[in-house]
Write a protein that binds this ligand. Structure first.
Ligand code: FES
Length: 116
């Protein structure tokens, strides 16, 4: 069985609450849809540190801060941005899906990857 290359969420952007990104199940695990400047970004729902619920984190523009230990990540690239990453090394990144729209307007995620 091959891994899915894309996943139609069945959701439109109008279905999303920019204040409360909800985790959704995909063929690649749980991802959360965030709205940043009118664009939808999909990142893994749980933190690469200790699985904190990133979808319950604090969003500021295109960054998300994990509610458990305050690691901060870019919602666009997935890069870890907080000072701890600079001081102590270790730069875990979020898995990020490219988001496009189907002909019906639903949000379609591409298989996640690590962006550099
Ligand atoms: S679980 Fe997210 S920073 Fe620790």
């Amino acid at each position: 069985m091959t891994e899915a290359e894309s996943f139609d969420t069945g959701l439109t952007q109008a279905d999303l609450d920019p204040e409360r990104p909800a985790p959704i199940q995909t063929p690649w695990g749980s991802f959360a849809l965030f709205v940043v400047g009118g664009q939808v970004h999909a990142v893994q729902s749980f933190c690469p540190h200790l699985d904190g619920p990133l979808f319950q984190g604090t969003q500021s523009g295109d960054t998300i801060t994990c509610p458990w230990h305050q690691w901060r990540f870019s919602l666009v690239s997935g890069a870890r941005l907080d000072t701890g990453a600079q001081l102590f090394g270790g730069h875990p990144r979020l898995c990020v899906c490219t988001v496009t729209r189907s002909e019906k307007g639903s949000l379609v995620l591409s298989r996640p990857g690590i962006r550099t």
